[in-house]
Design a protein around this ligand. Structure first.
Ligand SMILES: Cc1ncc(COP(=O)(O)O)c(C=O)c1O
Length: 391
C-alpha cells in the first residue's frame, strides 16, 4: 500500500534525541534513582480551582460539541489575556480556540503557507517545527541564533535570507530550547523587515508568561503589525495544563475565517468542559501561576550558578521559559557522548542540543522541571561527571 509523500516529512532529527529521555523514564519506572532534565512538562500540579472547573463543567453536562471557534466566554477571556501579554487589543472574534499551541502552529502553517513557500525559521528551535512546516509543504530556511550572541537574533541574518519565495517568519519567545527572550529592538527589526517584504510573522508565545529577564515583547503589539501577526499561545506551560490540550491563535479577520474552516473539518471544536477549565485558569486566581513563574526563574538561577563553577562548562543564563542551555564544548567531550555517559554513570537524563539545530551543537538542554533540591543534586552529579572526564 502507498502512503502520501507527506509522511516522509513528518520525521526529522528531533525524534532521535528522545532516546535518553525514554530510557530515563523506563529506569525511573523501575524505581531507579534517575533525574529527568529532558522534558518540558511542568512538574507542578494543575491548580485545584482549574481542575474543579473542569469537573464542574462535566457535572453540568458540558460534554457535547462546542462553538467551532471556541465558547464566546472563553474567547472574551483570552482576548483580555492576550491584550495584557502582548499589548495588542483584540476582541473575541479575533481569537480561535484550539487544542494547544502545537495544534495552533500546525493549523496556522496550513492556512498561511503553500507548498514551496519559504519560511524563515531561527535555529536552534523547538523540535517539532521541522515536521510541522514540512507537513505544510513549506521550505524551511534556517536562520542561525548564535551561542556567542546568547542565542539572540541578528536581524542581518534574517534579512540576508529573504527571497521572492519567502512568505513568513517564525519566532519563539521565550525560546525553547535556548531560554532567550527577544528584546524589543530585535522584535522591531523583525517588524520592519516583515513590513518591507510583506511577510507573515507567526509567533509561538507558549512561554510568554514565563519571561523574567526582560518583559515579553510580542510582534502583535508593535505598531502596524496587526495585519500580519499571528500569535499562538496556550495554557500548557504558564498554568501547568499540558494534558488539557487547550490554546489559541489570534490573527486578522480573514486569517481567522480560514482557520475556522480548517478547524471545522479537523477538530470541529474543543471539549467544552476543558474550555470551562481554561476560563477559570485565565479569569480565576493567579497565585499558582505566579508561584510557578517565580520557581522556574529561581531554578534557572540556581543551575546557572552551580554549573557556572566548572571551568569545563559554559552555562547560558536563562532569560525566561523552562530551559537552560549548557555548553559542554569546554570539557572536550562531544555532546552525544557527554549525554550518554552522564546518563549511564550519573543517571541524569538531558537532551542533546543538536536535535534543535546545528547552532545548538555541543550543548545540552536542561529542563527546569525538578524542585530545587533535585536540581542541586543533578548539578552535583554533572559537576562530578565533568571533573572526572574533562580534558
Ligand atoms: C515552543 C513550544 N511550542 C509549543 C509547544 C507545545 O505546546 P502545547 O502543549 O500548547 O501544544 C511546546 C511544548 O514543549 C513548545 O516548547
Amino acid at each position: 500500500m502507498r502512503f502520501a509523500g507527506r509522511v516522509d516529512r513528518l520525521g526529522g532529527k528531533g525524534a532521535e534525541a528522545w532516546g535518553i529521555h525514554f530510557r530515563g523514564v523506563d529506569a525511573r519506572r523501575r524505581g531507579e534513582d534517575v533525574i529527568l532534565l529532558s522534558i518540558g512538562d511542568p512538574d507542578f500540579e494543575t491548580a485545584p480551582n482549574i481542575v474543579a472547573a473542569a469537573r464542574h463543567g462535566l457535572e453540568q453536562g458540558h460534554t457535547h460539541y462546542a462553538d467551532i471557534q471556541g465558547e464566546p466566554r472563553l474567547r472574551q477571556a483570552i482576548a483580555g489575556y492576550h491584550g495584557r501579554l502582548t499589548g495588542q487589543r483584540v476582541g473575541p472574534d479575533d481569537v480561535m480556540v484550539i487544542s494547544g499551541a502545537q495544534c495552533g502552529m500546525f493549523a496556522a502553517a496550513q492556512v498561511l503557507l503553500d507548498g514551496g513557500a519559504e519560511v524563515l525559521l531561527p535555529s536552534p528551535r523547538y523540535v517539532t517545527y521541522e515536521a510541522l512546516f514540512g507537513a505544510a509543504g513549506a521550505t524551511i530556511v534556517d536562520v542561525p541564533l548564535r551561542p556567542e550572541r546568547g542565542f539572540h537574533l541578528d536581524p542581518a541574518d534574517l534579512a540576508a535570507r529573504v527571497t521572492p519565495a519567502t512568505r513568513g517568519i517564525v519566532l519563539t519567545t521565550p525560546n525553547n530550547p535556548t531560554g532567550a527572550v527577544m528584546t524589543r529592538s530585535e522584535m522591531e527589526a523583525v517588524a520592519e523587515l516583515a513590513g518591507r517584504h510583506d511577510l507573515w510573522v507567526l509567533t509561538d508565545e507558549v512561554y510568554a508568561g514565563l519571561a523574567h529577564e526582560r518583559p515579553h515583547v510580542s510582534l502583535a503589539g508593535l505598531p502596524g503589525m496587526a495585519s500580519r501577526a499571528i500569535t499562538v499561545c496556550s495554557l500548557s506551560k504558564s498554568h501547568a495544563m499540558t494534558g488539557f490540550r487547550i490554546g489559541w491563535v489570534v490573527g486578522p479577520p480573514a486569517f481567522i475565517r480560514h482557520l475556522r474552516r480548517l478547524v471545522l473539518c479537523m477538530l470541529y471544536s474543543s471539549p467544552p468542559f476543558i474550555q470551562d477549565a481554561a476560563i477559570e485558569a485565565i479569569a480565576g486566581a493567579q497565585e499558582h501561576q505566579r508561584h510557578m513563574a517565580a520557581a522556574y526563574k529561581a531554578r534557572g538561577q540556581l543551575v546557572h550558578r552551580l554549573l557556572g563553577q566548572s571551568p569545563h562548562l559554559a552555562c547560558h543564563r536563562p532569560e525566561g521559559g523552562m530551559f537552560l542551555m549548557l555548553d559542554v564544548r569546554p570539557s572536550g567531550i562531544e555532546a552525544y557522548r557527554f549525554a550518554e555517559a552522564l546518563f549511564a554513570e550519573e543517571r541524569v537524563a538531558t537532551l542533546v542540543g543538536d536535535a534543535f539545530g546545528p547552532e545548538a551543537a555541543g550543548h545540552l538542554r536542561l529542563s527546569m522541571v525538578s524542585d530545587l533540591p533535585e536540581l542541586e543534586e543533578a548539578c552535583q552529579r554533572i559537576l562530578r561527571f565533568v571533573a572526572r572526564h574533562a580534558g
